[in-house]
Design a protein around this ligand. Structure first.
Ligand SMILES: [Fe+2]
Ligand SMILES: [Fe+2]
Length: 171
């Protein structure tokens, strides 16, 4: 399933891939996060009392949303420029160049998967209001966009460099 989704990216040249990540995936992620936080604030205010799982999901998602801008910044300002330099033959990449980003990806996915568990896989309860339903629908889409974004980075972009340099270790 994941392989199917990333198939079309395997043929995309590195610079185009980086441009797409910077100009499409990153801004979209930030925009979706802002909208989701607004919606989650509303649902949390109205319904978290007496609903500890919802409160926990809200706290986790808030933590997640604080982490993301720094991660994107570090990719855009540090790692991606390094990859472009490497393409030009002038950078020294090591496994450590990727390790931080990959472990943040793992943590990010774990956080959103925990949100999925706490919300019964984004299934609104029978009494859910319109905002609550909309929130869960958007969260579900958000998780699948995030999985694709991370797969493009880990399994296409980073892997390309790690294999070339013989850095790839079993994940
Ligand atoms: Fe990214
Ligand atoms: Fe990333």
């Amino acid at each position: 399933m994941k392989n199917e989704k990333i198939k079309r990216y395997l043929q995309v040249p590195t610079r185009t891939l980086i441009t797409e990540l910077q100009q499409h995936f990153h801004p979209t992620l930030l925009k979706d996060l802002a909208q989701l936080m607004d919606l989650f604030d509303i649902v949390h205010k109205k319904h978290a009392e007496g609903n500890p799982k919802l409160a926990k999901a809200y706290n986790l998602f808030s933590q997640f949303s604080y982490r993301i801008p720094l991660h994107l910044f570090r990719e855009e300002q540090i790692l991606f420029p390094l990859l472009i330099e490497q393409e030009n033959g002038s950078a020294v990449l090591t496994q450590a160049s990727f390790r931080n980003m990959e472990s943040e990806h793992d943590e990010d996915l774990l956080m959103i998967q925990a949100v999925a568990e706490l919300t019964d896989n984004f299934t609104p309860p029978p009494q859910a209001c319109k905002s609550w339903k909309k929130l869960y629908e958007k969260l579900e889409n958000f998780l699948s966009d995030l999985e694709l974004h991370i797969a493009i980075e880990n399994d296409v972009l980073f892997q390309r460099f790690q294999e070339k340099k013989g850095l790839k270790v079993a994940r």
